[in-house]
Design a protein around this ligand. Structure first.
Ligand code: ATP
Length: 287
């Protein structure tokens, strides 16, 4: 099946993820940009301390989901038409972007948006504006420079002159300056060479191991599924599959559509002498 073929209408899907008490909850979220309905009733759970991935092809609604969580939809002329977002058992939807940051949820937008004319140090300082006191900002800076030593080496350099990978590090570093409890990452490895993508993935693991919850939106399904404990697949504004990342990674449909494996490869594996791949117990999606 080609990557852009429609999914069968009554396709099976995996189990819904268990709710994560005190984590981030998206409930039946509908979002429109004027006449364009970008999300059509999306529900998902990001338990505290987890890495959760959202996979999907171009236009599936991944960035829209993160914008709705981070309060930045209005900058794109979008709005939530129903449903909502909660974090730590309080509503996030309705808050503006700076209030969402103050609640501990920070987004790293797609496309490594750094202030190109500002230095690396100034970009990092911008991440703390209106959020924290001096002492906390200094501690956050130290932590970021420990994670990304190259940013210390380039502190006085204009951000626009950094490589793509370094700009991504700076974008993540700037978000971390706010000391988030939840980090929203929009395609952090997009356009990066495999080695750099792996470094970014390692950093995400480290950030999570230090206690930060991560919601990761990715087209790079292999990378995302290697990082996440749970994943959701979004198609045309709807969740069509969800489940433990390992189970999704073993599903033929995900392997065909998102991991680039051909029907021949999947059939050959099924017919081989080796150990059979894990098989899923599929249940129909009933949100
Ligand atoms: P990509 O990986 O290409 O960024 P995505 O999964 O992040 O895709 P979105 O960018 O969230 O998808 O887009 C979801 C839908 O909303 C698409 O149909 C897109 O064309 C539409 N859309 C996104 N931003 C806007 C906007 N500012 N105005 C109008 N429509 C938009």
């Amino acid at each position: 099946m080609a990557a852009d073929d429609p999914l069968p209408p009554d396709r099976p899907v995996l189990r819904k993820t268990a709710a994560g008490g005190g984590g981030l909850s998206v409930r039946d979220l509908r979002v429109s940009y004027g006449p364009v309905q970008a999300l059509r009733g999306v529900s998902l759970e990001v338990p505290r301390g987890s890495v959760v991935a959202v996979l999907g092809s171009n236009g599936a609604g991944k960035s829209t989901l993160l914008r709705a969580i981070s309060g930045t939809l209005r900058f794109h002329r979008g709005s939530i038409t129903s449903g909502g977002v909660e974090y730590a058992d309080g509503p996030l939807s309705g808050l503006d972007a700076s209030a969402v940051v103050a609640r501990g949820v920070t987004q790293v937008p797609e496309g490594r948006r750094v202030f190109g004319r500002m230095t690396v140090a100034e970009n990092l300082r911008a991440g703390t504006l209106g959020v924290r006191g001096r002492k906390a900002a200094a501690a956050a800076r130290e932590h970021v420079l420990e994670l990304f030593p190259v940013l210390a080496e380039r502190a006085g350099q204009r951000a626009g002159l950094l490589s793509g990978g370094e700009q991504q590090m700076l974008a993540i570093g700037r978000a971390l300056m706010a000391g988030p409890q939840v980090l929203l990452l929009d395609e952090p490895t997009l356009g990066l060479a495999p080695l750099m993508a792996e470094r970014i993935a390692d950093t995400v693991r480290k950030i999570n191991s230090e206690g930060t919850t991560v919601l990761l939106v990715e087209q790079n399904a292999a990378m995302a599924l290697s990082l996440a404990s749970h994943a959701y697949v979004l198609e045309v504004g709807e969740v069509v599959m969800s489940g433990p990342a390992g189970e999704l990674a073993a599903s033929d449909e995900v392997r065909r559509r998102y991991l680039g494996e051909s029907d021949e490869e999947l059939t050959a594996e099924d017919a081989g002498d080796g150990e059979a791949p894990a098989r899923l117990v599929l249940t129909r999606w009933s949100a």
